[in-house]
Design a binder for this molecule. Structure first.
Ligand code: ATP
Ligand code: MG
Length: 556
C-alpha cells in the first residue's frame, strides 16, 4: 500500500514516522527489518510485541522482514527453542522472507576481526574478566589501558589464530576493540569482541571454540543482511555508539539502530531467564503451561492469535518503559472469542433439580443456537430429563433482594428449555440441601412459549443423567502482585498459589468430541478450550478467561 494512503488511516508511531520520512526523502525505496530472537527460551508476550512491530512495518511499507536467530551463546541455546520460535511466529500469522542464523556468519565475523587487528583497532588481551572489569573505571573515572593493549599486529594475528585453534582455555584470552579507555560511554572502553569458550554449539557443533560477543555479532549480522532499520529495546541504546563505530570502521552496510520501550505486562513476568526458572523448578508444567505469558502458553490457554496481534497493535510502541494492564489483553480475548466461540452448557458446581411433573425415562431433545453472534453456526440438540443439574450458586434458600435466580416458590427459565418453579427443598439429616423439587410450567418451552409468564432469570443446566463429566482447569493470574520482577526477595515468593484449580464439571454430551484448541463459551461461566492432554476417556478443558473481569472483586 502506498504510504500516503496508510497515513490517513491511522496516525503513525515514532518508528513509522522515521521510516515514512526515509521513504519520502528517497533515502530508501524499500526497507528491511528483522526479528532477532536468541534461541534460549520460548517467546513471550514481549516478543510478540517486537514481532508485530517488525513484521507490521513491512506490511505498511515496501520491503520485507527476516527471522534471524542470534545464536552466539552456545551454552544456553537449543534447536528445541528454534523450532518453537518458528512455530509461534507462524501461529501469530507472520511470514519471514529469510530464515537466518548469526552462527552462519562466524567465518565472516572472524574475517572482520582480522581486519580490525590489521587496522590496529583490535588486540588480544590476556587479562582475566575481573581484571578487565577493574580497569574499566566507572562512569565518573577513566579506565586504564591493559598492559597488552600495544601488542603488534603480527603478535595479535598470531594469538587470535591460536585462540581459534583451541590453544587456550576458557577465559584465558579475549579479543578487544581498541577504542578509548577514557570514553564517556563505558561500552566504548575497549569492549570485548571475542571470548574463548570450549562449548558445543547447536548448529556449528565443535567447529568453534571462540565466540563473538553480542556487540560483535548483532550489528554485523544486520549489515550482512542489509537490514535498514534495526529495532531493539531501550537497554541497547548505549550500544548504538559501538554499533555505529564497528560499521564505520569495517566499512560495511550502514544499518541503523532504533530503540523502543520493552513491553511488560502486570501480574506476570516477561523475562526468558525467569520463565526458565519457573519451568526448571516445576512451578509450572512446562513452557506451554497455560499460566505462562509465553505465546505457546497463551495458545494452549485458548487465546487467539488475532487477539494477541490486536493487543500489540493497541499498545503500540513507546519511548519509555511502562507496565501494561493484562486486563486489556483479556478484554480483547473476550471480544474475539465472543464472535468465534461455540456455546455450550456446563455446570461446574452442581445441585440436583428434579422436575416432578416430567416423565421418569423421557429424554426430550431441545435445540439451542451454537453461537447467537454467528448466524451460520447452526444449532445443536441438548437432552432434557427429569433430573437436572444447575449451579449451586444459582439457588438461594432465603433469597437476597433482586435475586432473580432460583429460590423456594420462585420461577426461572432454563436456557433453551422450560420455565420451572421451585416447590420443595430436600435436605439430608445434616441439613445440607440435596435436591430441589421443581415443576415445569406448561406451554413455556423456549421458542413456543404461550404461558404468558415473564421471568427475569435464565439459568444454564445439564441433564443429571445424560451428561459428560469433564476435567476443568481454572487458571488465574500467575502472580499475586503486579510487578513480581521488582519486588523484594525472590520473585517466586509472589506466585499465586491459586493460579490453577482443577475441578470436575458436567457438560453437554457432545463435548466428548471437542477438538484440541477449539473455543467454547460455557454459558455464564467463561471461555474455555479443549486441552491437548484431553483423551476419549477424559476430556479436559482450560479456562481461557472469565466472562467478566472479576479480579478487582477478589473473585476467581
Ligand atoms: P528476555 O529478557 O526475555 O530474555 P531478550 O531481549 O533477551 O528477552 P531476545 O531473544 O534477545 O530476548 O529478543 C528478541 C527480540 O525481542 C529483541 O529485539 C528484543 O529486544 C525483543 N524483546 C524482548 N523482550 C521484549 C519485551 N518485553 N518487549 C518488547 N520487545 C522485546
Ligand atoms: Mg537478548
Amino acid at each position: 500500500m502506498h504510504t500516503e494512503d496508510k497515513k490517513d488511516e491511522k496516525s503513525l508511531n515514532f518508528i513509522e514516522e522515521i521510516i515514512d520520512n526515509d521513504i519520502q526523502s528517497g533515502k530508501y525505496d524499500s526497507i528491511v527489518t528483522r526479528f532477532p530472537p536468541e534461541p534460549n527460551g520460548y517467546l513471550h508476550i514481549g516478543h510478540a510485541s517486537s514481532i508485530c512491530l517488525n513484521f507490521g512495518l513491512t506490511k505498511k511499507f515496501p520491503g520485507y522482514t527476516n527471522l534471524r536467530f542470534d545464536d552466539t551463546n552456545p551454552t544456553t541455546e537449543d534447536t528445541e527453542y528454534v523450532e518453537s520460535i518458528k512455530n509461534d511466529i507462524k501461529w501469530l500469522g507472520f511470514e519471514w522472507k529469510h530464515e537466518l542464523f548469526a552462527s552462519d556468519y562466524f567465518d565472516t565475523l572472524y574475517d572482520y576481526a582480522i581486519k580490525l587487528i590489521n587496522m590496529e583497532l583490535a588486540y588480544v588481551d590476556d587479562l582475566k574478566s575481573e581484571e578487565i572489569a577493574t580497569l574499566k573505571g566507572t562512569p565518573t573515572e577513566h579506565g586504564k589501558n591493559s598492559p597488552y593493549r600495544d601488542r603488534t599486529i603480527a603478535e595479535n594475528l598470531d594469538l587470535f589464530a591460536r585462540m581459534k585453534a583451541g590453544e587456550f582455555p576458557d577465559g584465558a584470552k579475549t579479543l578487544r576493540a581498541k577504542i578509548d579507555m577514557a570514553h564517556t560511554n563505558m561500552l566504548m572502553r575497549d569492549p570485548i569482541l571475542y571470548r574463548v569458550k570450549h562449548a558445543h554449539h547447536h548448529r556449528t557443533g565443535d567447529t568453534w571454540c571462540i565466540y563473538p560477543m553480542y556487540d560483535f555479532a548483532h550489528g554485523q549480522s544486520d549489515s550482512i543482511e542489509t537490514v535498514s532499520h534495526s529495532l531493539c529495546t531501550l537497554e541497547f541504546a548505549p550500544h548504538r555508539e559501538l554499533y555505529n563505530w564497528l560499521i564505520d570502521k569495517l566499512e560495511i552496510y550502514p544499518s541503523h539502530q532504533y530503540e523502543f520501550a520493552r513491553r511488560n505486562l502486570n501480574y506476570t513476568i516477561t523475562s526468558k531467564r525467569r520463565l526458565l526458572q519457573l519451568v526448571k523448578e516445576n512451578h509450572v508444567n512446562g513452557w506451554d503451561d497455560p499460566r505462562m505469558p509465553t505465546i505457546s502458553g497463551m495458545r494452549r490457554r485458548g487465546y487467539t492469535p488475532e487477539s494477541i496481534v490486536e493487543f500489540c497493535d493497541r499498545i503500540g510502541v513507546a519511548k519509555r518503559d511502562n507496565m501494561i494492564d493484562i486486563g486489556l489483553l483479556e478484554f480483547l480475548v473476550r471480544e474475539d472469542l465472543n464472535k468465534k466461540a461455540t456455546r455450550r452448557m456446563v455446570v461446574l458446581d452442581p445441585i440436583k433439580v428434579v422436575i416432578t411433573n416430567f416423565p421418569e425415562d423421557k429424554v426430550e431433545m431441545l435445540s439451542s443456537e451454537n453461537n447467537p453472534e454467528d448466524p451460520e453456526s447452526g444449532v445443536r440438540e441438548i437432552p432434557f430429563t427429569k433430573s437436572l443439574y444447575i449451579e449451586k450458586e444459582d439457588f438461594m434458600e432465603t433469597p437476597a433482594k433482586k435475586y432473580f435466580r432460583l429460590a423456594p416458590g420462585k420461577m426461572v427459565r432454563l436456557k433453551s428449555a422450560y420455565i420451572i418453579q421451585c416447590d420443595e427443598v430436600v435436605k439430608d439429616s445434616e441439613g445440607e440441601i440435596t435436591q430441589l423439587n421443581c415443576s415445569l410450567i406448561e406451554n413455556s418451552k423456549s421458542g413456543s412459549d404461550t404461558s404468558g409468564i415473564n421471568v427475569k432469570g435464565t439459568l444454564h443446566w445439564v441433564s443429571a443423567t445424560e451428561n459428560l463429566p469433564v476435567e476443568i482447569r481454572l487458571y488465574d493470574r500467575l502472580f499475586k502482585v503486579e510487578d513480581a520482577a521488582n519486588q523484594e526477595g525472590d520473585f517466586k515468593e509472589y506466585l499465586n498459589p491459586e493460579s490453577l484449580i482443577t475441578i470436575t464439571g458436567y457438560a453437554e454430551p457432545d463435548l466428548a468430541n471437542a477438538k484440541t484448541g477449539a473455543h467454547f463459551q460455557f454459558l455464564r461461566k467463561g471461555y474455555f478450550t479443549a486441552d491437548q492432554e484431553s483423551t476419549a476417556q477424559k476430556v479436559i478443558f482450560n479456562r481461557t478467561v472469565t466472562l467478566r473481569d472479576n479480579w478487582a472483586k477478589g473473585g476467581k
